[in-house]
Design a protein around this ligand. Structure first.
Ligand code: SF4
Length: 177
């Protein structure tokens, strides 16, 4: 039987959820023998591949590029996991939702700038009006809250999926730290 093809993606998040994934420590080695990691920050593949079994996505959808990516991920993945509070609720990126994009950019690049006040505009994807959780754009199959989710919970989720079971997260996760 072929190994499940797993991909991870980092949208508008701080990387803390991926750090928590690495916090599985030596359990990663056992897990690595049962899966094929086909995309993610740890894999040098530029394009999200076709035929992914499980996509694990950190971060909110905050830019036109994020939206483009999450729609491709959904098209190409059988099972999509929203990993962490930013993916589940927008969390920290969503703090800007009380303000316009213009006000946010002014604050970051002019009001708080001591030198070279300017808005970067080359190669920078445009912000969406609000930073939103994944399920506002695509169907999500499993929500794993936490900021970040604990490594134990991530290991449990992946282990169950590898064995062909849908994880029951009742009592195993919580929002926030
Ligand atoms: S949920 Fe927390 S740890 Fe994860 S990307 Fe968001 S801020 Fe970082």
């Amino acid at each position: 039987m072929s190994k499940p093809r797993i991909a991870t993606l980092w949208l508008d998040g701080c990387s803390g959820c991926h750090m928590s994934l690495l916090d599985m420590d030596e359990r990663i080695i056992a897990l690595a023998g049962k899966i094929e990691l086909v995309y993610g920050p740890l894999v040098d593949i530029k394009e999200f591949p076709e035929g992914v079994d499980v996509a694990v996505v950190e971060g909110a959808v905050s830019s036109v590029e994020d939206e483009h990516k999450i729609r491709i991920v959904r098209e190409r993945s059988k099972f999509l996991i929203a990993l962490g509070d930013c993916a589940v609720t927008a969390n920290v990126p969503g703090m800007r939702n009380y303000y316009t994009c213009e006000a946010v950019l002014d604050r970051a690049y002019y009001e708080n700038a001591t030198i070279q006040a300017q808005t970067p505009n080359v190669g920078i994807p445009a912000l969406l009006p609000k930073a939103l959780p994944l399920h506002e754009f695509v169907k999500v199959d499993l929500f794993v809250p936490g900021c970040p989710p604990q490594a134990d919970a991530i290991y449990y989720v992946l282990s169950e999926l590898v064995e062909g079971r849908i994880p029951d997260l009742a009592g195993k996760t919580r929002f926030g730290i």
